[in-house]
Design a protein around this ligand. Sequence first.
Ligand SMILES: [Mn+2]
Length: 328
Amino acid sequence: MKSQGLYHAGIATFMGSRQVPLEELEPDTFVVAGVPYDYASGSRPGARWGPRAIRQSSLYFSRFLHVAPNQGFVDVASGKGIPIAGNLPIVDLGDMDVYPMNLAQTMKSISNFVKRMVEANATPIILGGDHFVTYPCFQGYCEAFARKGTRGPSRIGYVQLDSHFDMWDDRPVWGKYSHGSTARRIAEYIDPRNVLIAGVSGIIDKEVWDFVQENSVTVVTLNQILTEGLLPVLQRAVTELAARVDSIYLSVDIDIVNAAFAPGTGATSLEGLSSSQLLQAIALLAEYPVGALDVVEVAPNYDPSERTQRLAAATIVQYILHKRAIVK
Ligand SMILES: [Mn+2]
């Protein structure tokens, strides 16, 4: 497989990278792990198949690992070089253990797993799963820093690209934990001023809006993006956040992208970014101290064209190449 670099050959790890056990992680590595869990999804499940689908589509990009030409690659957008393709430090851990009928056990499994990834000085790349899984992932991320004694949760920021706030509090049917309450739980877990939600649109509960305003959560609306420009408005917000924190956890809900580009998700968005805008946003965010990335809510069962899962894979590859490989 390594010498062939064929899209359709071999076992579908992320980009065709090596699969290693958690115990054998090396520092300064991008470490991919899936969370095949969508039991906290409200209306249209399917994100349990996200990790496998994203891995499948990531093989399109396996040439960056396995077919490095002698002179490297070039980023067309910037004209800058990608000289170390072929040596990108990426491994795949497979999927985390989840327990569909046991929320507490699932949360503990996920947070412990991510904590161990960060303790190994690796950069977690997490394949969702519905957006619920981000909360235990984020907890594990924070716990690793707290245990190291270097940085507590107050110095960690959270950036969520999403068409929705995911800021429900305690719902009569769902309780406090679902894919619609992740950002609320995170805004309670850390200083809410260090939470940035970007891309939101639509009509929302007034209770959520009031919580956001009263707690000074930073919000970049889709309307601001469309009227002021994606890069200026996002750059301003992230620069302000980065001045207050040492490390940022970035969560990408694929439903930030318009359903024309990303139909394979539960809560499809009729507004939202284009796929080009999402990739531009990722290239920008990679300039900041983003230490973990998740891509969630990819439900491949609603998209036989596979473009949603391909966009999810491209989002991750964009982050990795801009973080590590593109010459500044
Ligand atoms: Mn979401």
